[in-house]
Design a binder for this molecule. Structure first.
Ligand SMILES: Nc1ncnc2c1ncn2[C@@H]1O[C@H](COP(=O)(O)OP(=O)(O)OP(=O)(O)O)[C@@H](O)[C@H]1O
Ligand SMILES: [Mg+2]
Length: 248
């Protein structure tokens, strides 16, 4: 999947984020290369979501810099919407519009942000929905779909924007166990297809299988990182050992 010579897509330098006097990110340095799948683990409150949200500029860093491809996205002049269009994000909650069909949900941002015409947006929506296994559900509304299907619509919606990187924040945490597999399957396919991905998840099987690199965060810093084998089979830090001991 990853190629050491590949260019850097996301570069995080000395990232800090405070909410009032609570410093949640305390100096994160991280580079993600084209085609790389980075899985981020860590206890609740360690700053995983905040870090992903900073990459998408949903949160404004209080220190450090973030680069997306050639653009410093933390620079004042950066067009936030242009960056967001290329950074796909999938959350625990699907955030679909309830009154719109799956197809319309996937068409909307294509038309609004990318200015695609209706026919093209519709063609791409059907193509992406088919890719996530929902070719026969394009005219269903969210309430008529299972949680796993709704999450796959959310993934299709992100993919329809031709993102250069996909961020997943506990995309399967709200799903019943039997629905988790389908969503992980779609994510796995995406990874195999060469998508650059930053994935916060508690699914250790997925991490082991799909990650090129596993990052362990605690207290707003990266405590340890390595290949899945390194981190899972031979964790160096006591905090990582502790965390893995509790979840397995
Ligand atoms: N908008 C906010 N305002 C104030 N504090 C916040 C805000 N967002 C996050 N925090 C705080 O930042 C810390 C890190 O939160 P974050 O959501 O990044 O953790 P996390 O690692 O994603 O945890 P979890 O595994 O529970 O999702 C927490 O202490 C949280 O309360
Ligand atoms: Mg979180």
């Amino acid at each position: 999947m990853s190629d050491q010579n590949n260019e850097i897509v996301v570069r995080i330098e000395g990232l800090r984020k405070s909410f009032d006097d609570n410093e949640v990110l305390r100096g994160i340095d991280l580079e993600v290369r084209r085609g790389e799948v980075v899985v981020i683990l860590g206890p609740s409150g360690s700053g995983k979501s905040t870090m992903l949200r900073c990459v998408n500029l949903l949160e404004k860093p209080t220190g450090g810099r973030i680069f997306f491809e050639d653009t410093e996205i933390t620079a004042k002049k950066t067009d936030i919407n242009a960056v967001r269009a290329k950074v796909g994000m999938v959350f625990q909650s699907f955030n679909l519009f309830p009154h719109l069909t799956a197809k319309k949900n996937v068409m909307l941002a294509q038309q609004k942000v990318l200015k695609r015409n209706k026919e093209e947006a519709e063609r791409i929506a059907i193509e992406q929905l088919t890719k996530v296994g929902l070719g026969d559900r394009v005219d269903y509304k969210p309430a008529e779909l299972s949680g796993g299907q709704q999450q796959r619509v959310a993934i299709a919606r992100a993919l329809a924007m031709d993102p250069h990187v996909m961020l997943f924040d506990e995309a399967t945490s709200a799903l019943d166990p039997e629905l988790v597999r389908d969503v992980l399957g779609v994510m796995k396919e995406l990874a195999r297809g060469g998508m650059t991905m930053m994935v916060v998840t508690h699914e250790m099987g997925f991490a082991r299988d799909v990650a090129d690199r596993v990052i362990f965060m605690d207290g707003g810093v990266i405590v340890e990182q390595g290949t899945p084998e390194e981190v899972f089979d031979n964790p160096q830090s006591e905090r990582t050992q502790d965390f893995l001991g509790h979840i397995s």
